[in-house]
Design a protein around this ligand. Sequence first.
Ligand code: XMP
Length: 180
Amino acid sequence: MRTVISADELRTGIASLARRLEAHYQGQPVTIVGLLNGSLLILGDLVRELRIPVEYDTLRVSAYRGEATTAGAVLVEVGHVPPVRGRHLLLLDDILDTGATLHAVTELARGWGALSVRTAVLLWKRDRTRAGFLPDEYIREIPDVFVVGYGLDYNRQYRQLPQIVEFDPSIPAARQGLPS
Ligand code: XMP
């Protein structure tokens, strides 16, 4: 198993993101909206680390379908609008790859009446991101490798791993040291 980010490094990275968010929002009302399913684990860990009052919500979004490891259309759940009027909104995702997902959700969220709309991601594949879209906050930059664990999946598997590991779908999972 090739670990890209260990559980300890995740804890440290989330703690420093929390400190940056505390300094940025200065106690103003903020709602963190985590994009499901990938951001579920970081959302839970981040809100418990924050020392400012915070609300959280989720939005179901998918960019990858089934076993594909290349981006498909971005699908955003319809019918749920997080109540963020008069509050700062931070959109949280597990990974920024091409930027299509967060870009689409940011555009949508601008109509929700928040005081501000910003983005935070755990991982950023900077070299793959199309020009003009940057995350406001990120924890770690990674090269263009497919990764799973800590919320990130391959075909709905491996989200539960406490660390982030490289994954090659062309090699049997057991040979990569992953449960199969
Ligand atoms: P975009 O291209 O829209 O992609 O920025 C964001 C979404 O793509 C998925 N993604 C990955 N999922 N390992 C994964 O498990 C990866 O290496 C990876 N790269 C992108 C992810 O769902 C994210 O929300």
